[in-house]
Design a protein around this ligand. Structure first.
Ligand SMILES: Nc1ncnc2c1ncn2[C@@H]1O[C@H](COP(=O)(O)OP(=O)(O)O)[C@@H](O)[C@H]1O
Ligand SMILES: [Mg+2]
Length: 327
């Protein structure tokens, strides 16, 4: 697939179970789009700024701030969306302050479930290209809530447009439904780890999105996949040396490339390599299940860094570009 085709829909919603790498994948996708010359906005929903920091910026505010060339970040909260909505729709600038205390938003969220989600989606609609002349984004990447909540999050406008018969709220919730259900405008990319439960849940979520909610799913990202440690040549060399049983030879070989390792180091390394190898074999089974159950799967490598930062995100963006080309 061509990368511009992959980036076709304006709104890319990234979702999956907690901790699988949604924020990391969102940041990497932002770089992929920016490298294509697109103007990108990454959206965090009610979060603490992990995404914006990963892209080298400060914590995002409600208004877009530039994080890295061609990438802006916003942090959307229901309170701020409600305040903006009341200001824009009803010119209620002063009164909006009263209505938008978090206490009040909690109150309406209880009284009208789904309203918070609609306010957030409404802001995303407002950011879509063509509505905001100062900041006209080509690509909006939404680091969405964890999958369980995401289905309710994305279904909220459908519920509201069914519940309200007439008036501006009816019309506006219909705009959101149209935005989400048009595959040229919105697509959900699911992220998973190559593990038992996350893969099963991803397959269920993909089915529910396509079926119940009517939102197109794009690719599934299999994140943190262990790459094979040794290529074929290295493996046979390793087996040859191991078969000799001579740890001394291995120490000497290490010494020649400037590594000073003793027998204990090598034993520990061999143990760890064995652990990674068996993890990798387990992952392969789950990856096969994922490939069978969903269309396009993009594998992302496990990165051995202590805390990911912008250079890691850059390298994941390289992998996404290469993988998309093979789809
Ligand atoms: N490919 C990867 N390799 C290594 N660590 C990763 C990778 N992807 C994510 N992580 C780490 O896993 C943790 C969870 O990732 P994050 O993107 O914050 O997940 P989520 O947003 O789904 O909760 C973070 O500490 C992140 O640095
Ligand atoms: Mg996250």
């Amino acid at each position: 697939m061509r990368i511009d085709e992959f980036l076709d829909p304006t709104i890319l919603i990234v979702s999956g179970k907690g901790g699988v790498g949604k924020t990391t994948v969102s940041a990497s996708l932002a770089l992929v789009a920016a490298r294509q010359g697109r103007k990108v906005c990454v959206v965090e929903v009610d979060q603490k700024g992990t995404l914006t920091k990963l892209l080298g910026g400060r914590e995002a505010a409600y208004e877009p701030t530039e994080l890295t060339p061609r990438v802006w970040g916003v942090n959307i909260t229901a309170e701020r969306s409600l305040a903006e909505y009341l200001e824009v729709q009803y010119h209620m600038k002063r009164i909006s302050k009263v209505f938008t205390s978090s206490h009040f938003v909690d109150y309406i969220a209880t009284a009208a479930p789904g309203l918070e989600d609609i306010l957030i989606l409404g802001k995303i609609w407002y950011l879509e290209k063509g509505r905001n002349i100062d900041l006209d984004f080509d690509t909006i990447i939404v680091d969405a809530p964890a999958a369980g909540h995401m289905l309710t999050f994305l279904s909220a406008p459908m519920g509201l447009s069914d519940a309200v018969r007439v008036g501006p709220i009816k019309r506006q919730s219909e705009w959101l439904v149209e935005m989400l259900q048009d595959p040229k405008r919105s697509r959900v990319h699911l992220v998973t780890l190559p593990e038992e439960m996350p893969v099963s849940e991803t397959l269920e979520t993909a089915a529910a999105l396509d079926g119940k909610v009517g939102i197109a799913t794009g690719s599934t990202f299999a994140n943190a996949v262990y790459r094979p440690l040794l290529d074929d040549e290295e493996r046979s060399l390793f087996e040859e040396i191991a078969a000799d049983g001579s740890i001394d030879e291995l120490c000497k070989a290490a010494d020649r490339v400037g590594l000073s390792l003793d027998g204990r180091d090598l034993e520990a390394l061999e143990g760890y390599a064995g652990f990674l190898q068996s993890r990798r074999e387990i992952q392969e089974g789950h990856l096969a299940r994922l490939h069978e159950g969903t269309g396009e799967v993009i594998d992302l490598p496990f990165l051995f860094s202590a805390g990911l930062a912008l250079p890691d995100v850059e390298s994941l963006a390289d992998v996404i570009e290469a993988e998309v080309a093979t789809l």
